[in-house]
Design a protein around this ligand. Structure first.
Ligand code: NAD
Length: 368
């Protein structure tokens, strides 16, 4: 038996933020980062919280949130005693808010809260997933937590909030979406339900990501990429991910490089690796390539067209093709290879990869 999970109510469109008006006589804590306050974007939220509620704003979130970040968040939030938590920001603010709720509730410090997520990047899909990625700085480790308590109650998708995302972050987060969709598509747990979500996400990314990158004010492209991010999140929340994320999590703990950028470097090699000597993955990628109009062929030729489309998109987004292009030297990467190979195999997302990798496989993929 497989579960088809749709645990979050999703509100979309330029009037979706008015959903916040439904809250009456609540204690609402907004978890966000300094940029949202300094840029004034916080007003999208505060202007929709009505006067019957009390609200507080917790801004102490750093990119790639750390365990310390989560602990201080629990301490701060316990003083306010919220009944509603609203996370506003990219994956970092969202994951921090989710982990604060999880830790606070597990330790009985925070009581049951309604969790509302308002993403301001189009990438992680974290607004609809029961994942939260937290960094352990001491051990240079990034780790996905998975728990039912992390599943948001409400997601609000208003693509006006992503129009200010700079091109580099648009590219990184968009490549993260493509990776989520492709990994869900070949996951060992994939179903017709997750396929439908992943196929649509891939279609929207191939059609609109470059436009959103070139012109951040292209509202149609922004909206489509924002929805693609959520669709891919819904897909992988059901069937998990694969080796690309397994490697990206451990690499992200060691090299300072955006998560989506790491995925962009690895993704073409992962598609090639998975389709080599694995008939199911080969056929799935080939089917997807045909459905996306990339090829009329079957088998390896079709898979090659998919790999080419990914590398072409990556080049158009001016993203690096390897870790040297990304500004690292061999000496930055080589000392970590043994640990990366071990940790990637232990990462929970690797479990659903269509092929079971060895440490040597991981070493070769990263070394490329
Ligand atoms: P991010 O949240 O780290 O944000 C990147 C930068 O963009 C920050 O400086 C932020 O202030 C800025 N920013 C955010 N919104 C903006 C806007 N509208 N305009 C201008 N600047 C804006 O980046 P992200 O890619 O959204 O999230 C990455 C994190 O999410 C990583 O820690 C990654 O591991 C995690 N992640 C989680 C999941 C999940 O399922 N929970 C999935 C993938 C990745």
């Amino acid at each position: 038996m497989k579960q088809v999970k749709f645990g979050t109510d999703i509100y979309i469109g330029t009037d979706a933020l008015t959903k916040l008006n439904d809250f009456q006589n609540e204690r609402i804590c907004v978890v966000t980062d300094n940029f949202m306050v300094e840029s004034g974007m916080i007003n999208f939220v505060t202007s929709n919280i009505n006067d019957s509620n009390e609200h507080a704003i917790f801004t102490d979130i750093v990119p790639d949130p750390t365990i310390e970040n989560v602990v201080s968040g629990v301490e701060e939030l316990s003083k306010f005693n919220p009944s509603v938590m609203v996370a506003l920001g990219g994956g970092s603010a969202i994951d921090a808010a989710k982990a604060i709720k999880l830790m606070g509730m597990k330790l009985d410090i925070i009581k049951e809260v309604t969790l509302v997520i308002i993403p301001t990047t189009s990438g992680t899909g974290s607004e609809v997933t029961d994942f939260s990625v937290i960094t352990n700085k001491k051990e240079n480790l990034k780790y996905p937590l998975v728990d039912d308590l992390l599943q948001p109650d409400i997601a609000i998708l208003d693509s006006r909030l992503v129009e200010t995302v700079p091109p580099t972050i648009t590219a990184d987060t968009g490549m993260d979406v493509l990776t989520h969709a492709l990994e869900a598509y070949v996951s060992t747990e994939a179903t017709d339900f997750s396929d439908a979500l992943a196929e649509k996400a891939v279609e929207l990314i191939f059609e609109y990501l470059e436009r959103a990158y070139v012109d951040g004010k292209d509202s149609e492209a922004r909206e489509k990429v924002h929805y693609a991010s959520c669709l891919a999140g819904l897909a992988f929340n059901q069937v998990s991910l694969g080796l690309c994320h397994g490697i990206a999590h451990t690499v992200g703990g060691k090299l300072h490089l955006a998560h989506g950028r790491i995925n962009g470097i690895l993704l073409p090699s992962i598609v090639q690796y998975n389709s080599n000597e694995n008939q199911r993955a080969l056929e799935r990628y080939a089917t997807l390539a045909r459905k996306q109009g990339l090829s009329n062929s079957k088998g390896k030729v079709a898979v090659r067209s998919l790999v080419n489309r990914i590398t072409e998109l990556r080049a158009k987004l001016n993203m690096p093709a390897n870790f040297i292009d990304a500004g690292f030297t061999k000496d930055d990467v080589t000392p970590h290879l043994a640990t990366i190979s071990e940790e990637a195999l232990l990462d929970p997302t690797t479990k659903t990869n269509p092929k079971t990798p060895t440490k040597e496989d991981v070493r070769q993929i990263v070394s490329k």
